[in-house]
Design a protein around this ligand. Structure first.
Ligand code: ADE
Length: 251
């Protein structure tokens, strides 16, 4: 079981996302535990102050170090293999690989940054800093949810067999092939014949080809890290030839 501990100024933010669907079932099955900690509860002053003006001046408030470090120290389970994460646009960009790595911890503690920033000294008290992308959120709360969800679904038993992750984009290193369901024809758009053929080998090859083509057209950068099998190399070369022939015809 992985325990996720979320340190935030906005605990209610997490109420409904954690009570729905797969994350709810994962908690009910005891495969994950998510605890949300109100940062205000770790303040020691009468007014429960969590932020303050920046030294040197400037706009906005800065998250104070004492409550954050107090919360980190109180939530960290010393007997577990624990990892603390500060969510910040300055962190290393989150990826499927990183999610896989995180499944090796028994406890993951998130510090959700807020306001215009956090006191720089907080960074020394966490194991790593993660960003979920090159854009600015209001705080780390949505980012923590993204990571909880991505890591949880990699844990054995969280997904049913029908929701298997084996063929998913980024697990295979390719974007996913197109999927269709009934009806066979929808507003003049038909389902590709091969999918109705019942020929499993032909369907496998068609799906692989479509996944390679989609990846080549939309995310060619994924090929920089993916090892291709001989079959995949052959199909990819064939796709490139086909596309360049199409280009030649157009010009
Ligand atoms: N806080 C604000 N923006 C963020 C981002 N992109 N990732 C993680 N935490 C953030």
């Amino acid at each position: 079981m992985i325990s996720f501990e979320i340190i935030t100024l906005f605990p209610k933010f997490f109420l409904s996302p954690l009570k729905e669907s797969i994350l709810r079932k994962a908690q009910e099955k005891g495969l994950i535990r998510v605890r949300v900690h109100n940062l205000r509860d770790y303040t020691k002053d009468k007014h429960h102050v969590t932020d303050d003006y920046p030294y040197g001046g400037g706009a906005g408030m800065v998250l104070k170090p004492e409550p954050v470090v107090e919360a980190l120290e109180e939530t960290r389970d010393c007997r577990s293999n624990s990892q603390s994460i500060l969510l910040t646009p300055r962190g290393k960009c989150f990826s499927q690989n990183m999610a896989e790595q995180l499944t090796n911890y028994q406890q993951i503690i998130f510090v959700c940054g807020r306001y215009e920033g956090v006191d720089e000294r907080i960074r020394t008290f966490v194991d790593r800093e993660i960003s979920i992308g090159d854009y600015i959120l209001n705080g780390g709360e949505s980012a923590a949810l993204v990571i909880v969800e991505t890591v949880s679904r990699l844990i054995h038993g969280v997904l049913g067999s029908h929701e298997s992750i084996s063929g998913e984009s980024f697990t295979t290193g390719l974007l996913e092939y197109p999927q269709y369901t009934r009806p066979k024809s929808f507003r003049d758009y038909a389902v590709p014949d091969v999918l109705l053929s019942g020929n499993h080998e032909e369907i496998r090859r068609w799906r692989l080809r479509e996944a390679l083509k989609m990846t080549f057209l939309r995310r060619p950068d994924l090929f920089e890290t993916k090892m291709l099998s001989d079959e995949e190399k052959k199909i990819l070369n064939n796709i490139k030839q086909e596309l360049s022939m199409l280009q030649d015809k157009k010009s």
